[in-house]
Design a protein around this ligand. Structure first.
Ligand code: FES
Length: 68
């Protein structure tokens, strides 16, 4: 039986000293449950320096972020 598009599990992969790569049908919401965006591909900030949180804007490069 074929799976529906929304049945595939999403994945979230930390990259070496770079953002999280998220793939799959994902709904992003803030801490209050308000919708940010629905999509299938994201790069999410893990350094805390992005000016466009929760998304990575490559500020991690200038900040010299290194993953713990
Ligand atoms: S990980 Fe890229 S701006 Fe934070």
């Amino acid at each position: 039986m074929p799976q529906e598009a929304g049945d595939d599990p999403a994945t979230m992969v930390p990259t070496s000293d770079d953002p999280y790569l998220v793939r799959g049908n994902v709904t992003l919401s803030d801490g209050d449950g308000n919708l940010i965006e629905r999509g299938t591909r994201y790069t999410l900030c893990r350094c805390g320096h992005s000016g466009n949180k929760p998304f990575c804007d490559n500020s991690h490069v200038l900040a010299g972020f290194t993953a713990p």
